[in-house]
Design a protein around this ligand. Sequence first.
Ligand code: ATP
Length: 249
Amino acid sequence: MTVDDAIALEVRALARSYGAGAGSVLALAGVDAAFARGTFTAVMGPSGSGKSTLLACAAGLEAPSSGSVLVGGEDIAGWDEVRRARLRRERIGLVFQGFHLMPYLTAAQNVALPLRLAGRPADHERVARLLDRVGLGDRADRLPSALSGGQQQRVAIARALVAEPEVILADEPTGALDSVNATSVLGLLRDCVDSLGQTVVMVTHDPVAAAYAGTVVFLVDGRVVGRMAQPTAESVAGQLSRLDELVAA
Ligand SMILES: Nc1ncnc2c1ncn2[C@@H]1O[C@H](COP(=O)(O)OP(=O)(O)OP(=O)(O)O)[C@@H](O)[C@H]1O
């Protein structure tokens, strides 16, 4: 298998089905996609098109039925849960719609958690630097319950960055936020790419959010049906309505 150093994450002929027999669902039906280092890609498509399954397979949260998932050129598809859990701690940063912060840990402790879980020393300077970067340097000692939704999501992004992962996977990161908070979170993800050279792959339903990405990948019925470079909210919305017609037909 050839490996390209410029590619942070790649899926090849990725398939995932759920259940068996007549009731089985083919969530991914052979997806090929490569995500170059230092790029921001949005994944879009109708409900049930396989977006979250794609991210879950890329994160090692789900095992593919067939095909490969290459992280930094290494195929994780056959890895057992212990190795996949280590991958998620050390090489993949995850951001979810619901933030998933530990409620009894402060912002700083939440950011440091992946380091602690990896048995690495809590690097207080790095944690402080990341909280500064996400605009929460003065909220380090707050519990999540004392932060707004947008602030909690920014803590989650700092946490996703702390282990200096190869790629950040974000599933509807602005889905639970109002437009002001969504704008700040999207600006932050863009900044992770522009200033830190991070690779971000983000599932979203929102054309405005997708316009922060450099490329949009469109899924329908578990397949890639299109790609768009330099998306705008208008061009993405137009393409999505054409996809809806395709699905309805
Ligand atoms: N754990 C599961 N068990 C059974 N079916 C599943 C499971 N997870 C996903 N599916 C099915 O796989 C298909 C793809 O689901 P997925 O959540 O990836 O789509 P999605 O594009 O992210 O949808 P949405 O936009 O609604 O979140 C759907 O038909 C879904 O019902």
